[in-house]
Write a protein that binds this ligand. Structure first.
Ligand code: AMP
Length: 576
């Protein structure tokens, strides 16, 4: 079976299309959202998901989150003595989701559809495909997150033809797509977005503002100890979520070592105004992509039938209000904004498998940005380089293939460098360089020897560029610029072998480890009375583990978990 995976900045989820529709698959802790966090513990074992997230609170130096933002770049991080890039970290997360799916479906899972932000560029998409391969998953398709969400809605509410805006604000990225639903078709008319804008930025903005306003008072203004910063961000995240339901929230300010004062005297109370002021410059970034997506679809807000909210950050009242005033209508969301993307990915998986229930479903997607090459232009008898020649215009339906013929600029020019860019600016310096390659063997002759440049953009949003010397029919192909070129089979094999040496904690022990880890962390922070009680519960749990009696372990763990959920201020599960 092909599964659908939402590989998120903050949380990830895996889903499968079952006879009664798309279904989210629970992880070893019974949750359908798995935090996108990886860590290495003291014994050198890899922790993934909630275990890693808990570990991160006190051990930020051996944990990492938010790595999706670095996909396709040369960013690396060191956890203990191991170096990881975003692709490897994503593959660890994907391998854990694959295992959850295998446990749930009771069969091996080797194929997946993975979602990415519509605004992900070529290298980020390639890196996502390779992360899948490293995790033992052949990636059948990469689809855009808002498109996946649209599919979930399209299948859920099959019978109504309408035009909607899908407003997707997650942990790290913002995408907006204008989508037509008609007779089982889901047709994306336009997409636009911001690659770096999401809930994580709002949380950090709150933390920065608290440090600026109150840092002196708590003697942490000049301190940037990782443990303190990580703890403060975590407390701001809690407060930010609380403010989605209440008017004020308390942020417990950690001391310089990152510890929280159990009495809560080191705290600040913030309200929605504070949150909105801290985030205002970020909120302002939402409007431009919205205007662009509407303009590209040749629509105004009046032409829309509804606005669908996707992504955890759309729970913020300020976001709902902004959507309301930008679109002049109340946004809706009859499906859970955290679940729709994975559900849509499962539907795409069903389409690939030829699932009978989806016989009438057709999905049409677009390339969200313009793709082209650098050219020189004659300006007052002088050739000037640095101009952008679009070859595939933004919002062209994909898959697509377009060809453009260019000429050499000097007599007997035997070589040409093709620089490939993505973006909307007239000059390449303001666009993003995707890659570069050389064409050699151009025959001697006057300037103007012809080269055909063909851009092929497949259904995954992955680009192939080919240059053909017209006179000789010699072909050259794009090799990516920053060393992020696709891995060969042999490289994948050796990377998989290297990763297998890193031990991941067995899934069946996850629930016990989770309870133990969280209890041990809380133990340090509780008041004396509560600490005594927790100590007793921990002793009982540990002795049950020693005795290896499954029913006693289960009972002791449940008792411990009840205590933890009553007294843990760090419990983030309320946002789900
Ligand atoms: P996603 O990538 O869609 O899982 O979005 C996760 C982001 O949504 C994180 O940055 C969370 O802080 C944010 N989020 C989740 N729940 C809430 C909430 N109740 N209020 C505000 N933000 C939330």
């Amino acid at each position: 079976m092909i599964v659908g995976i939402d590989l998120g900045t903050t949380n990830s989820a895996v889903a499968a299309l079952l006879p009664d529709g798309p279904k989210l698959i629970p992880n070893a802790l019974g949750n359908v959202l798995t935090p996108s966090v990886v860590a290495i513990d003291q014994s050198g074992q890899i922790l993934v998901g909630q275990l890693a997230k808990d570990h991160q609170v006190l051990n930020p130096e051996s944990s990492v989150s938010g790595f999706k933002r670095h996909m396709g770049s040369d960013w690396t991080v060191k956890l203990h003595k191991h170096k990881f890039d975003a692709k490897k970290l994503s593959s660890i997360l994907l391998a854990s989701l694959k295992e959850d799916a295998e446990c749930f479906l009771n069969s091996e899972v080797t194929r997946a559809v993975i979602t990415v932000p519509a605004y992900f560029h070529d290298q980020q998409r390639q890196a996502t495909i390779e992360a899948g391969r490293l995790a033992g998953l052949a990636v059948d398709r990469i689809i855009n997150e808002p498109t996946a969400a649209s599919m979930a809605y399209g299948v859920h509410e099959k019978d109504s033809d309408r035009t909607v805006a899908v407003f997707d604000l997650g942990g790290g990225t913002f995408d907006i797509s204008i989508v037509d639903f008609f007779e089982g078709c889901v047709e994306v008319r336009s997409s636009a977005g911001e690659a770096i804008l999401g809930g994580e930025d709002f949380t950090r903005a709150v933390a920065r503002t608290i440090l600026a306003d109150k840092g002196d008072q708590f003697e942490i203004a000049e301190l940037r100890e990782p443990a303190m910063v990580s703890r403060l961000i975590q407390q701001c995240e809690l407060a930010k979520r609380e403010l989605s339901n209440t008017n004020t929230a308390k942020v417990i300010v950690p001391d310089k070592n990152g510890s929280l004062d159990p009495s809560g005297t080191h705290s600040v109370t913030i309200d929605r105004d504070f949150l909105n002021r801290a985030c205002e410059p970020l909120f302002a970034k939402i409007e431009r992509p919205v205007r662009r997506a509407l303009g590209d679809a040749n629509l105004t807000t009046k032409d829309l039938d509804e606005v669908i909210l996707v992504g955890g950050a759309t729970r913020m009242p300020a976001i709902a209000e902004r959507v309301n005033s930008m679109f002049c209508r109340q946004p809706m969301g009859s499906l859970n904004p955290d679940h729709v993307v994975a559900m849509g990915a499962a539907i795409q998986a069903g389409l690939i498998e030829g699932n009978k229930a989806l016989e009438d479903t057709v999905v049409v997607d677009v390339a969200p940005f313009t793709l082209g090459i650098e050219i020189s232009k004659e300006m007052g008898h002088q050739l000037k380089s640095g101009y952008f020649l679009p070859i595939i215009d933004r919002n062209t339906v994909i898959p697509t293939s377009r060809c453009h013929t260019v000429g050499t600029i000097a007599p007997n020019q035997n070589q040409m460098t093709i620089n490939v860019f993505q973006g909307e600016s007239r000059r390449v310096e303001d666009n993003l360089m995707l890659g570069t390659f050389g064409v050699s063997g151009i025959p001697n002759g006057p300037a103007g020897q012809l080269i055909d440049i063909r851009f092929t953009y497949d259904s995954n949003g992955v680009l192939e560029v080919e240059a053909t010397i017209v006179a000789t029919k010699t072909v050259a192909q794009l090799v990516l610029a920053n060393g992020q070129a696709s891995m060969t089979e042999a490289e994948i094999k050796s990377a998989v072998a290297a990763m297998q040496k890193l031990k991941t904690h067995p899934r069946e022990e996850t629930a016990n480890r989770f309870a133990l880890k969280r209890a041990e962390r809380m133990f340090q922070e509780l008041s004396i009375d509560l600490r005594r009680r927790l100590g007793q519960l921990l002793d009982y749990f540990e002795s049950s583990l020693e005795a290896q009696d499954p029913s006693q372990i289960e009972a002791a763990r449940q008792e411990l978990l009840i205590f933890l959920s009553l007294h843990d201020r760090d419990d983030l599960s309320g946002g789900e």
